[in-house]
Design a protein around this ligand. Structure first.
Ligand code: SF4
Length: 454
């Protein structure tokens, strides 16, 4: 059956989900998309990774026809193409699009087995998240209301238990979980919510909504900048210093001190042998060594080659730089300890040396959890608040990379950077950022020592 052009849709899966989170988000997205917060480099990379995983998952069902539109504005053509592919007897359709009563959906993979249709929605996550149910329920609603009989619907996500060795094994990389039961129960909700949201889109002005938890969950809303204009943060006035606890903290230190920081990157799809989805791979460290109190700081750092597995070289360079005696000071011990645990499991020959380092770890964050608080720290013990409060002259503001997430994204993107000058500039920025982290720790410790002597 050849259909004429379908009318433009009113709601899509994305806009339905925006509306479920907050009707104001839906309204603003439709009528004032220019008010959205700017997408940072890190978020852009996450979106890209999501797309890459979707394409990879098509290999689970090879040989399908693709109904994806040439541009995001031509989904009505996809709806027509999908109907034609079904009529023509195709058994596997990627990006199969359907429209019912002004609502559009596109299912990642639609498969026909023994005259029954099975729908697969691909997610680049490590598990089935609760919020995926509404999204799958909408897909199921639109497909079935359009007349397709759907035998089952699955969420297909990454399997973090699969460790890559050699070629990627798609059947192990992905896990599919049937969500038909949950999705069936949500059908009345979808029907009611879709009508409510269509009414929101008839409003002349944005619905009134206060900011709250719903602005961050299940997804960070991208109108937070717009909605938070005029909201003033309340000042924190208390100052608290537990001298006794700070002296106790300092007394445990053994010189030479090593101020140490790691940067890691993670990928949805494992790129090297021994890697699994979302494994945090250390690629960089910075160490400032101080032989005695008030002594000079000596800096050592390491930044991996972006094209090879950095693990063994990272571990060996780290152990060499740390020697075998002296406190190893980190900020938030859990993270560094977790990476060290992974390294010793991976390289049993290094186990003894890694355990030596683990036994020397001291967490510089611990005094700021309970025993030292200044108003400028705003109830936070994160380095990003503690540093400006204690050492205001040392700042990340002028750096090209200002936080760990950006460092991770910058390193991940290096392998796609063809311009050698830009590569070198990024590598220099990474070294500068990580170096400032450990210098900051040394300066903070210095401040704690001054306080304890006062
Ligand atoms: S920031 Fe919060 S209140 Fe504003 S549109 Fe987003 S979710 Fe709604």
């Amino acid at each position: 059956m050849i259909m004429d052009e379908a009318p433009k849709h009113i709601l899509s899966k994305s806009t339905f989900m925006y509306g479920c989170q907050c009707p104001k988000r839906l309204w603003l997205y439709k009528f004032h998309p220019e008010l959205r917060d700017e997408l940072d480099e890190q978020q852009a990379t996450i979106f890209q990774r999501g797309t890459d995983v979707g394409l990879l998952a098509q290999q689970l069902f090879p040989g399908g026809v693709n109904a994806a539109p040439p541009t995001p504005f031509e989904y009505q053509q996809s709806v027509l193409d999908t109907a034609k592919y079904i009529c023509d007897g195709h058994k596997i359709i990627y990006e199969a699009a359907f429209q019912h009563d002004g609502i559009l959906c596109a299912i990642d993979i639609l498969v026909n087995r023994n005259d029954r249709w099975f729908a697969y929605e691909i997610k680049s996550t490590a598990s089935v998240k609760p919020q995926f149910m509404k999204d799958a329920a909408l897909q199921f609603y639109v497909m079935t209301q359009s007349g397709l009989s759907v035998e089952d619907i699955f969420i297909t996500h990454l399997n973090t238990k699969y460790i890559r060795h050699g070629q990627l094994d798609m059947n192990q990389l992905f896990t599919s979980v049937s969500v038909k039961k949950e999705v069936m129960e949500l059908q009345p909700f979808v029907d009611m919510k879709a009508n409510d949201l269509k009414n929101v889109l008839q409003l002349q002005a944005a619905p009134v909504m206060e900011m709250g938890d719903h602005c961050y969950k299940p997804y960070a809303c991208d109108f937070q900048g717009f909605c938070s204009v005029g909201i003033v943060e309340s000042d924190v006035e208390d100052e608290y210093v537990n001298h006794h606890a700070i002296v106790e903290f300092l007394d445990q230190l053994v010189y030479p001190l090593y101020f140490m920081d790691f940067e890691t990157w993670t990928a949805a799809v494992p790129e090297f042998d021994g890697q699994w989805s979302y494994r945090q791979i250390p690629f960089q460290f910075s160490i400032h060594k101080q032989a005695e109190q008030q002594g000079q700081l000596v800096h050592v750092d390491y930044l991996a080659d972006e094209n090879n597995s950095p693990l063994l070289l990272f571990a060996e360079s780290l152990l060499k730089a740390l020697g075998s005696v002296g406190s190893v000071i980190v900020y938030n011990k859990t993270f560094e300890n977790m990476i060290l645990n992974q390294l010793k499991n991976e390289f049993p020959e290094l186990k003894k040396s890694v355990e030596n380092v683990q036994g020397r770890l001291v967490d510089l964050m611990s005094p700021f959890r309970k025993n030292y608080r200044l108003p400028e720290m705003k109830w936070s013990h994160s380095l990003k608040y503690v540093l400006p409060a204690l050492v205001p002259e040392l700042s990340y503001d002028s750096l090209a990379i200002t936080n760990g997430a950006d460092a991770s994204t910058a390193f991940y993107n290096l392998k796609h950077e063809a311009d050698d000058e830009k590569r070198q500039a990024t590598r220099a920025a990474l070294l500068e950022y990580c170096g400032l982290d450990t210098l900051a720790m040394a300066r903070i410790l210095n401040e704690l020592q001054s306080i304890s002597e006062s």
